[in-house]
Write a protein that binds this ligand. Sequence first.
Ligand code: HEC
Length: 195
Amino acid sequence: MNRFFNFAAVASTVLFTGGAAMAQDCAVSVVEPFDLDANDITRIYDCMKDKMTAGYTKKGNKIAENYRNWAVTGTRPGVAGPHGERLLLTFANSIAVEQYLKFEEEGVVMPAGSVLAKESIKIHKKKKKAVVGPLFLMTKVGAGELPETNDWRYDALSPSGKPMKIKQSYCHDCHLGYAEQDYLGYPLEEVRVTN
Ligand code: HEC
């Protein structure tokens, strides 16, 4: 059974009605994120991919413009829970990638300059469509520079590319649970890239 509405059909309707906003809609019939299967998630991601880039880069953020050229750390987005039941896919920059992809569980020390960028997609239950969520960022600064967050800086870009006001402690208090992994939560095991 096709659990999705037909994207192609939606797109051709738009051609005739000229509705630009509708052209970008990614409809879903399964609205509970935890009920989505791997195929659903891949299809949602394919539909949302360009929409995310268009949103995150709107204000000219450099990381937003570059992270898709970094190493992708998941085979598809995972639905992990702690980040608001969103579909999550993390990219690692060239400084972070070697250590990150080992997904080590003990004694991890990420090099300064490491950046992890995590895309997110939210399922809008009422509208039955996928919408762009924030781009979550973690940057490892030099040793001792940010003692309260163990030298990580947390940032988030809104779906329209604006820096969001976030409390460092809000993010770090939860990431503290992963201290042995240098505060990294890692993607769900089932979606981790193997190397
Ligand atoms: C309630 C717990 C929780 C909170 C609050 C939280 N995170 Fe996370 N974060 C996680 C978990 C769990 C993961 C790994 C899951 C995944 O990415 O699939 C993660 C992963 C990440 C990653 C990918 C790197 C990694 O850890 O593997 C980034 C970047 C990130 N979070 C940024 C943030 C930012 C920025 C905030 C604050 C706005 C934040 N997080 C708040 C739990 C949390």
